[in-house]
Design a protein around this ligand. Structure first.
Ligand code: BES
Ligand code: ZN
Ligand code: ZN
Length: 464
């Protein structure tokens, strides 16, 4: 689906059909007023004779515009028109929301369906929107699509090696670098904690290192993603109902690929690295066990009390590797805890870290991007809950409460003093995978974290 801008006024654009925004069900002045009344207009109604889709907006609100533009395209894809014109407002934020919503309305994942649903709408016409804004919307949507497609790919196909191959291919397309660390190289890197998680799987682990160097970089960002291609829980096996959807435990890793892809296409003046820990958490005779004590790349020893708290074990070794790159900003993205979903709900992701200012700056950009986020506070009492009697630290908390924060604080133990203020941890366990469609997210992976991180990266390039 392509967006085309026209220089002429909206009325003069020739399209197969058009969208008209209705303000709070007020039909006054609309050419189809009588028909709409007859049809008992509520939220979205198509009038055949005028080929107009009327879409209700309770108020002029950016998030609503994005969502309704998404619904409009979804609706039109059930009809047979190839092009549609959508009115915009000559306001960057509102127009960007409409464009991104509309593009998202054309997304579906049907790789594994025998019968493909082709997107009926091929072109979206708008007037008086800048080419830059259109290109930003196209780029961000493409990276959302890439991220979603990869997460949606089932674990029988999307193995760590698949993620590595996919990254190499994407890096080639983007003209950026991609280095894959094989199991041997991961061993020489002393990533023992990550290796322990992957040990029972017959899929070799991969650490993927992507790098993009823009011209005259203003800052160095390193993104680290949890790429559990499957999380069975390991020997602390998940109950069947909780195991389903765990193909999405690679969401953070896939988001990192999507983020770096968008940043490279936007040619942002930044140096950006993406580190993805691609691993499968399985069971077997050689599985790592509750009671094991692991060593890690940073040197600390870890008492394992639950093999289902594996994401943090993979992340700490990747965060260690990432810190050798001397970042100005270090951001990890992970479907880390069920506790974060319990605490914030399925729509919001958690922002953690030691630097309150950085957390707030990220929160602002994330909200602006259309994602829902909330800051979660660290405290010294929760930190004590991950003390171990026999190792430097324990991989789970000694209580049932505050699990998102104790997981974040576990990661924090592996962040070097000089990087504490540069680090953010994003727990996307809630919104990463969608079981009931909401906002601009159909069933399946949402690409959580991509929009927020890209917006944050853009904000670092703006003159202050
Ligand atoms: N991948 C899960 C977290 C998760 C849960 C993601 C639900 C998405 C939806 C993670 O590896 C996990 O299993 N965490 C445990 C930690 C516990 C053992 C301390 C959890 O949250 O139950
Ligand atoms: Zn787990
Ligand atoms: Zn997991």
């Amino acid at each position: 689906m392509k967006i085309k801008v026209f220089k002429e006024s909206f009325e003069r654009i020739q399209a197969d059909c058009s969208v008209v925004w209705v303000w709070d069900k007020n039909l006054e002045g609309l050419s189809d007023k009588d028909t709409l009344q007859e049809l008992n207009f509520k939220d979205i109604t198509f009038v055949q004779s005028s080929k107009i889709l009327y879409v209700n907006l309770a108020k002029r609100d950016i998030d609503l515009l994005r969502e309704e533009a998404y619904k409009a395209i979804k609706y039109l894809n059930t009809l047979s028109y190839k092009s549609v014109k959508i009115p915009t407002f000559a306001n960057e934020q509102e127009d960007y929301a409409i464009l991104l919503g509309a593009l998202s309305g054309g997304y579906s994942f049907d790789t594994y369906k025998s019968e493909k649903k082709s997107c009926v709408i091929e072109d979206i016409y708008v007037s008086h929107v800048s080419e830059d804004l259109i290109s930003k919307a196209q780029i961000v949507f493409e990276s959302l699509k890439l991220t979603r497609d990869l997460i949606n790919t089932p674990p029988c196909d999307a193995t760590p090696s698949y993620l590595a191959e996919y990254s190499i291919q994407e890096a080639k397309n983007l003209g950026i670098e991609c280095k894959i660390l094989s199991k041997k190289e991961i061993e020489s890197e002393k990533m023992h904690s990550l290796l322990a998680v992957s040990r029972a799987s017959n899929q070799e682990p991969k650490v993927i290192h992507l790098s993009y160097k823009g011209a005259n970089p203003k800052a160095k960002l390193v993104f680290v993603g949890k790429g559990l291609t499957y999380d069975s829980g390991g020997l602390s096996l998940k109950p069947s109902d909780f195991m389903v959807t765990m193909k999405a435990d690679k969401s953070g890793g896939c988001a990192v690929l999507g983020i770096i892809s968008a940043i490279a296409k936007l040619r942002l003046p930044l140096e950006v690295h993406g580190i993805i820990g691609a691993v499968e958490n399985m069971i077997g005779g050689n599985a790592y066990k509750p009671d094991d004590i692991l060593s890690s790349r940073e040197g600390k020893s870890i008492e394992v009390r639950n093999t289902d708290a594996e994401g943090r074990l993979v992340l700490i070794d990747c965060l260690s590797y990432a810190q050798d790159l001397k970042p100005d900003y270090l951001i990890d993205i992970a479907t880390l805890t069920g506790a974060c979903v319990v605490g914030l709900g399925e729509y919001t992701f958690g922002i953690m870290g030691h630097n309150e200012e950085l957390k707030s700056a990220f929160e602002r950009e994330a909200l602006q991007s259309g994602e829902l986020v909330a800051k979660l506070p660290f405290n010294s009492h929760i930190r004590k809950l991950i003390d171990s009697k026999i190792a430097d630290i324990c991989n789970v908390s000694s209580t049932r409460y505050g699990g998102a924060i104790s997981a974040g604080m576990f990661l924090g133990e592996f962040i070097r003093k000089e990087n504490e203020d540069k680090w953010l941890h994003l727990d996307i366990a809630g919104p990463a995978y969608v079981e009931k469609e909401w906002d601009i997210n159909p069933y399946g992976a949402s690409g959580a974290g991509v929009r927020a991180c890209v917006e944050f990266a853009i904000s670092l390039c703006e003159e202050k």
